[in-house]
Write a protein that binds this ligand. Structure first.
Ligand code: NAD
Length: 313
């Protein structure tokens, strides 16, 4: 029969693309429950799903930050039966730590970490009882490697990586699979929201030197990285579908082969110095000449540091 897939954060971006791709599966193997905080924002998803809407795609309200909303949503699924849970809802945050409020930082953890934990806590016990299920988390390459001025966002993704890596061990006993999807940059509202937020914020309390590094070194190279390496939400949806359909889904799944050497640096030097110094060199010593660092990445990716990445094609 059809496998029931519940996805969080489907009003835009990667969540929307995954919902559409699975609901439009030619063999109709999935029944997709696309969820979002506010169903007033359903139009984009409904339009992209076309005639799948009402057949292999239905919608429910869900806010991953609310116990009540999560319970109500899962209770309204037939027999609470969810075969595949895709934790996608997430928010970004960039900027110098001194200039960010504790509230903003906690919001990131409330969504990216506790939001996924809340969902897993609600759905996993049924999966364990049934001895089947697949839990997927849209993490980030920044869940494996810290990136300058993304301190809190990276920390929230590291947190969910650690949580899931620990759970994955126990879940093996129950035939429940856990998979992390780790995209690099992806062109979605996430990117727009980030750059819009940056132009609004003043980062009060940050010294001018740090602000200069943030605005004139980091931001232009971040924009270049999005432009040069950005994948589409459909690329990430394809990778996710591949992981779901794999007979033995890997735990970690980088979606962008250019990021595999970055992660490999960590394993190549367990002291962490190689990673920290490489990123330092990329940010400060190359004066924004991003294509130089891109070619370093490309060069590394053809050598012994190469690791496997799941490719969207
Ligand atoms: P997006 O902003 O288009 O999508 C995020 C979705 O999550 C939005 O629809 C938003 O409304 C929803 N959301 C936020 N808070 C929520 C809550 N409390 N309850 C329910 N839904 C909520 O951005 P995206 O790029 O599609 O992001 C999806 C996931 O991919 C996120 O977890 C993000 O961290 C991750 N990611 C994005 C990128 C990127 O560059 N865009 C890279 C790596 C990982």
């Amino acid at each position: 029969g059809q496998r029931v897939v519940l996805i969080t954060g489907c009003s835009s971006g990667i969540g929307l693309a995954i919902a559409v791709m699975l609901a439009r599966d030619k063999m109709k193997r999935y029944y997709v429950i696309g969820t979002m905080r506010d169903l007033k924002r359903k139009d984009k998803l409904v339009e992209a799903a076309g005639d799948a809407y009402g057949k292999t795609l239905s919608l429910l309200t869900l806010d991953v930050c609310s116990d009540e909303s999560v319970k109500q949503c899962v209770d309204s699924v037939k027999d609470r039966h969810i075969d595949i849970l895709i934790n996608n809802a997430g928010v970004g945050l960039v900027g110098p730590v001194e200039g960010l409020s504790m509230d903003d930082m906690m919001k990131v953890f409330q969504t990216n970490f506790f939001g996924a934990v809340r969902m897993i806590k609600e759905v996993m016990p049924d999966m364990k009882r049934r001895r089947s299920g697949h839990i997927i988390v849209i993490s980030s390459a920044m869940g494996l490697q810290g990136v300058v001025f993304n301190d809190v966002y990276a920390a929230s993704k590291f947190a969910i990586e650690g949580f899931c890596e620990s759970l994955a061990i126990q879940l093996l006993k129950f035939n429940v699979t856990m998979s992390m999807i780790e995209p690099g940059p992806v062109h979605t509202e996430f990117e727009m929201k980030m750059f819009a937020d940056v132009s609004k914020k003043e980062y009060v309390g940050t010294d001018p030197e740090t602000l200069h590094h943030f605005r004139t070194c980091y931001l232009p190279s971040a924009a270049n990285i999005f432009q040069g390496l950005g994948q589409t939400p459909e690329d990430i949806a394809k990778c996710t579908k591949k992981v779901i359909e794999s007979p033995q889904p890997p735990f970690r799944n980088l979606t962008n082969p250019l990021y595999t050497p970055i992660v490999a640096l960590k394993y190549a030097d367990e002291t962490g110095s190689l990673s920290v110094h490489t990123f330092y060199y990329m940010l400060y010593n190359l004066g924004g000449v991003m294509h130089v660092s891109l070619s370093i990445l490309k060069c590394l990716s053809c050598g012994c540091l190469r690791r496997r990445a799941i490719s969207p094609t």
